[in-house]
Design a protein around this ligand. Structure first.
Ligand code: PLP
Length: 379
């Protein structure tokens, strides 16, 4: 099955009871048993729920994995991966990553005795320099949030195999429409399904997808034992969102391209970060591992003035100033004071998250309206 068919049919079949084409919302916590243990595959909805199963199968299908798991948020999904580790274990992570992931690593898991090394992964040597006998996991986010750097998943996967450590890739920004990390050698794909997979800014959800049976069993155990599952109503909304992922992504990419080109020629703009530009430092890798370049665009203004950046985001009328990304509507954010405020100023400035950086999640509205909105806000 090709990707555009999978978004609609992947992992799904009409419901067994009445042939319902959309999986019904099984709004139940428990299931009748004829005798103790005599049930129809479902006992309790923390463990399993038929609407969630349909979604988990769809996740697995989209990423060319075998097993999908749905969580109550993207961070809950990352938390489940970290629970594979033990005190004394070490993790090598991308240094440019979602602030909440950084906060989970450093403010929660460091206290449980796990050590994190943050490094730029554009150079594979830097990864190897941080690996030792305690390393159990490599954490990659690509494209990175908010600098839109691209990490070569195939090269990192080779290192992970050589040192026998797990490779997890946060595929939130790319989505499986643009890039499929399991096919490139990753062991675990993670999503904040809150973003492009859901696609309509109406739910909070996380996803994990793997191919390996034993790894899947360990993650299912953690999912059930810790309980950060999504409810059936949200599973239904995500399933509905996924059905248009391919056409939404196509438009996000087209509009992202148009907005990036517009910003690049604006006299008040200093830098535009978008992996589709030929002069983007990792453009060749993006070209080889992604189908197109996505709808996320970040930029800075000349003079790097904090107040000016705040004024621009306040002046936008079609772009909504808000946290999050990946919905049909365009959003703008100021990472230094919003999504990345949990990263200390010196740390975030080292990776380019300066005071004037603005991050756009370019939606699927009319391109001309989006450009006119940016023009009036910047001018
Ligand atoms: N990963 C990335 C790249 C994100 O942008 C986010 C949220 O913005 C997360 C993970 C966390 O996901 P959630 O907000 O669904 O917990």
């Amino acid at each position: 099955m090709k990707f555009n068919t999978k978004t609609i049919h992947g992992g799904q079949k009409p419901d067994a009871a009445y042939g319902s084409v959309m999986p019904p919302i099984y709004q139940t916590s428990t299931y009748a048993q004829s005798t103790p243990g005599g049930h129809k595959g479902y006992e309790y909805s923390r463990t399993h729920n038929p609407t969630r199963t349909a979604l988990e199968n769809a996740f697995a299908s989209l990423e060319n994995g075998k097993y999908g798991l749905a969580f109550s948020s993207g961070l809950a999904a990352i938390d489940a991966i970290l629970k594979l580790l033990k005190p004394g274990d070490e993790v090598v992570s991308t240094n440019d990553l979602y602030g909440g992931t950084y906060r989970l690593f450093t403010k929660i898991y460091e206290d449980f005795g796990i050590k994190f090394h943050f490094t730029g992964m554009e150079n594979a040597k830097r990864i190897e320099d941080n690996i030792n006998e305690n390393t159990k996991l490599i954490w990659v986010e690509t494209p990175t949030n908010p600098m839109l750097n691209i990490i070569d998943i195939v090269s990192v996967a080779k290192i992970a195999k050589r040192y026998e450590v797990l490779l997890a890739v946060d595929n939130t920004f790319a989505t499986p429409y643009l890039q499929q990390p399991l096919e490139l050698g990753a062991d675990i794909v993670m999503h904040s399904a809150t973003k492009y997979l859901g696609g309509h800014s109406d739910l909070v959800m996380g996803a994990l997808i793997v191919k390996d049976k034993d790894l899947a069993a360990r993650l299912y155990f953690i999912q059930n034992a810790c309980g950060a599952v999504c409810g059936p109503q949200d599973a239904f909304l995500a399933l509905r969102g996924i059905k248009t992922l391919h056409i939404r992504m196509q438009r996000h990419c087209e509009n992202g391209h148009a907005v990036a080109e517009y910003l690049a020629q604006h006299p008040k703009i200093e830098n535009v970060y978008w992996p589709g530009f030929q002069n983007h430092p990792n453009h060749d890798i993006a070209k080889s591992q992604m189908k197109a370049y996505g709808g996320m665009v970040s930029f800075t203004t000349k003079g790097n003035n904090y107040e000016e950046a705040i004024k621009i985001v306040e002046n936008l009328k079609i772009f909504t100033l808000a946290e999050s990304l990946g919905g049909v509507e365009s959003l703008a954010g100021h990472p230094a004071s919003m999504t990345h405020a949990s990263i200390p100023k010196e740390e975030r400035e080292k990776i380019g998250v300066v005071d004037s950086l603005i991050r756009l999640s370019v939606g699927i509205e009319d391109e001309a309206d989006l450009i006119a909105d940016l023009k009036q806000a910047i001018d």
